[in-house]
Ligand binder design. Structure first.
Ligand SMILES: NC(=O)c1ccc[n+]([C@@H]2O[C@H](COP(=O)([O-])OP(=O)(O)OC[C@H]3O[C@@H](n4cnc5c(N)ncnc54)[C@H](O)[C@@H]3O)[C@@H](O)[C@H]2O)c1
Length: 438
């Protein structure tokens, strides 16, 4: 089968590469010429473990190619995936401009039956709009064409995207009522996963669209929930790690997403739950749980700044802080809505100098916050710092050489926003220690 994936970002590139690994003929299309040129030179524009090998293998095998020519790619494809960005507008609603532009382009060039599948995260009702935009363009061309629309939301996690795509917990496929043809085509495309016994949820389009928001809202709420427990722990002298373990061992709760920290970030949770809250409001319903988890998350970011300032004895002005970890989570270079951004800005506002290091996200972080000093490794960042602050739990921060750190730092403080160290060990090494909720 031939398919086109439009949008060659974290989702489009991973999906396209993984479908080609299944043996499907894939053209990944993007409007950014630089991106396509660098992909054609064999350069991968994002940091995602394992992606470079899969791309190289399938390009060599002739199953994967990159192009800016949408019409040509569509002409040869039966299934067209839309995987462009769906950023948040200022009021929290989803900006569908990229999706609309792509849908119209599809309408301007399709010349035979296609299944148009939305992989981007879009508010409920968007697939109907996509059908409308394509139809408008067909009408403009006075063309009559049968096409299907489907929703196939993507649940992959950056940093673990290949594994998530190849061995997903489930695949959700939403189609229009009675569209057995589209279901059959989608099943054929995902056949390797059917053979794997991956669970498939076949449903109507609106449920598929909403399922993605429901899942992200639930996970974000779990994070905000444990962060609120961490605040109570700090008040009463409890240990949030022990509480998370006690909760998480209950199989009805599960232990994932129960790690207290600086709050959720990234390209999905903040915008998706803002969007869910927004479209619920538009329907006249307050999505109270989600509204609360947004508020808790914003407050948690502020608390982290307050925690660091208080670790500096309340006198932040003129101090130097080493920030370890900038990306919103380990194993990605994605800085979108990373907690590090608001924490660093909060510290800069209080007169703190920042020396920062991240294994993958330095280029983008430096562009976003030019006021900080970018360092080549942990130890360069620690030099003359009055505190080290672990913001992202990259593995290389789990084994910091504390005797070397002791030699380099101006004052010995560790603020561990990911709770990856034991207080006793750090105190024994001569440092003062602050965690979250412990
Ligand atoms: N990043 C994730 O972890 C993740 C996970 C699940 C779902 N999603 C959803 O998937 C969608 C894409 O996210 P992403 O992180 O891959 O975005 P991204 O910003 O990394 O990539 C989007 C790409 O689309 C391209 N594009 C925009 N308009 C185009 C057009 N008219 N023609 C061709 N290309 C165009 C952009 O140039 C860009 O390369 C979003 O809706 C997001 O919410 C993301």
């Amino acid at each position: 089968m031939n398919i086109t994936v439009i949008g060659t970002g974290y989702v489009g590139l991973v999906s396209g590469a993984c479908f080609s690994e299944f043996g499907v003929q894939v053209t990944c299309v993007d409007k950014l010429e630089d991106k396509i040129e660098s992909l054609n030179r064999g350069e991968i524009p994002i940091y995602e473990p394992g992606l470079d090998e899969i791309v190289a293998r399938n390009v060599r095998g002739g199953r994967l190619s990159f192009s800016t020519e949408l019409a040509e790619a569509i002409d040869q494809s039966l299934v067209i995936f839309i995987a462009v960005g769906t950023p948040a507008s200022d009021d929290g609603s989803t900006d569908l401009a990229f999706v609309e532009a792509v849908a119209r382009e599809i309408g301007q060039c399709i010349n035979s039956y296609k299944v148009i599948v939305t992989k981007s995260t879009v508010p409920v009702g968007t697939s109907d709009k996509i059908r409308g935009w394509i139809q408008e363009e067909l009408d403009r061309r006075s063309e009559k064409m049968v096409f299907s629309v489907a929703s196939n939301p993507e649940f992959l996690r950056e940093g673990a995207a290949i594994g998530d795509f190849m061995r997903p917990d489930r695949v959700v496929i939403g189609t229009e009522a009675g569209d057995d043809h589209a279901i059959a085509i989608m099943k054929d495309l995902y056949r390797p996963l059917y053979l794997n016994e991956t669970p498939f949820v076949e449903t109507d389009i609106r449920s598929a669209e909403l399922a993605k928001y429901a899942a992200n809202a639930f996970l974000a709420t779990k994070i905000s929930f444990i962060n609120e427990i961490s605040v109570l722990c700090e008040e009463v002298g409890g240990d949030v790690q022990a509480i998370a373990r006690a909760m998480g061992l209950d199989q009805r709760i599960g232990k994932k997403f129960l790690h207290a920290g600086p709050g959720f970030g990234g390209s999905c949770f903040p915008k998706d739950i803002a969007s869910a809250a927004h479209f619920a409001r538009e329907l006249g319903h307050e999505f109270s749980i989600v509204e609360a988890s947004i508020r808790v998350n914003a407050r948690q970011r502020e608390r982290m700044v307050e925690k660091i300032v208080s670790a500096l004895d309340g006198e932040a002005d003129g101090k130097t802080v080493a920030v370890l970890g900038l990306s919103f989570k380990p194993e990605t270079d994605d800085m979108r809505e990373a907690p590090a951004i608001s924490i660093i800005r909060g510290l800069l506002d209080r007169g703190v100098s920042i020396r920062a290091y991240d294994p993958a996200a330095m280029a983008e972080a430096g562009r976003l916050i030019p006021e900080m000093v970018l360092c080549k490794d942990v130890y360069e960042a620690l030099t003359n710092a009055h505190a080290m602050v672990i913001v992202t739990e990259w593995n290389e921060f789990r084994m910091i050489d504390l005797s070397r750190a002791r030699e380099l730092m101006a004052e010995l403080r560790m603020v561990d926003l990911r709770n990856i160290y034991d207080r006793e060990r750090i105190v024994e090494a001569g440092f003062q220690y602050w965690g979250v909720g412990r």
